[in-house]
Ligand binder design. Structure first.
Ligand SMILES: C[S@@+](CC[C@H](N)C(=O)[O-])C[C@H]1O[C@@H](n2cnc3c(N)ncnc32)[C@H](O)[C@@H]1O
Length: 207
């Protein structure tokens, strides 16, 4: 297995959104965080030989991180067709050998059939910007139907919500970690060149 820092380097070629949409919270998950999440999932045996779904795949960062390990198959799904083209280009850049499909669809109403041995990786919209707190709820609802294990990135302070959501949907929160990253200015309403985002990442087992 390649190291986490090797994976970070491999993901460094993943290009960000050309024309990001604020309403869809389009920003690239940083390679360091994506590599940390995928490496942790791989150490837990949650990638090897499994179907990996990246809900709200955007540039394809999380899908491609898992495609660089040994999944059975990877599917990236996004509601916006623009990033799916970019994700395809990024797939060529990382040159992974795993089978990867890019699907346009709504992650809150996915037209995917649940299959055994499915891992969801996702960095869903938080809804924090527009006051639509827990916009990630719909993504988690789909995940509880589709996956037997998931890794998801949420804004800081989500642990109470995640724990009770998991409990109410037959899930168990098994691991959590915090991370920070800087995002470059992308939208007109950003007042500084970079902004620091604090997030929490959760592993949930679904029954
Ligand atoms: C924070 S970005 C994800 C970033 C992605 N991990 C990456 O590194 O590029 C959130 C993504 O969710 C997508 N999205 C928002 N609402 C969605 C929905 N209802 N169904 C599917 N995708 C959605 C956005 O288009 C965006 O690409």
């Amino acid at each position: 297995m390649a190291t986490k820092s090797e994976l970070t380097q491999q993901l460094g070629v993943v290009v960000g959104f050309d024309d990001p949409r604020a309403d869809l919270e389009q920003y690239r998950t940083p390679p360091e965080l994506a590599a940390h999440l995928v490496h942790t999932a791989d150490l837990q045996d949650d990638i090897d030989g499994r179907l990996v779904l990246d809900l709200g795949c955007g540039t394809g960062m999380l899908a491609l991180g898992s495609a660089l390990r040994a999944p059975a198959r990877v599917v990236g799904l996004d509601i916006d067709p623009g990033p799916l083209g970019l994700a395809r280009e990024n797939e060529r850049r990382v040159a992974s050998t795993a089978e990867v499909s890019w699907v346009r669809g709504d992650a809150t109403q996915p037209s995917l059939n649940p299959q055994a041995d499915t891992t969801v990786l996702m960095n869903p919209p938080f809804g924090a910007q527009d006051g639509n707190e827990h916009a990630d709820r719909g993504f988690l609802e789909s995940t509880s139907d589709l996956a037997d294990v998931s890794y998801s990135i949420h804004n800081a302070g989500s642990s109470g919500f995640i724990e009770s959501f998991a409990g109410e949907h037959g899930g168990e929160l098994t691991h959590a970690f915090q991370a920070q990253f800087e995002l470059p200015r992308a939208f007109d309403f950003h007042t500084t060149d970079t902004r620091e985002i604090e997030v929490e990442v959760f592993r949930i087992e679904w029954n």
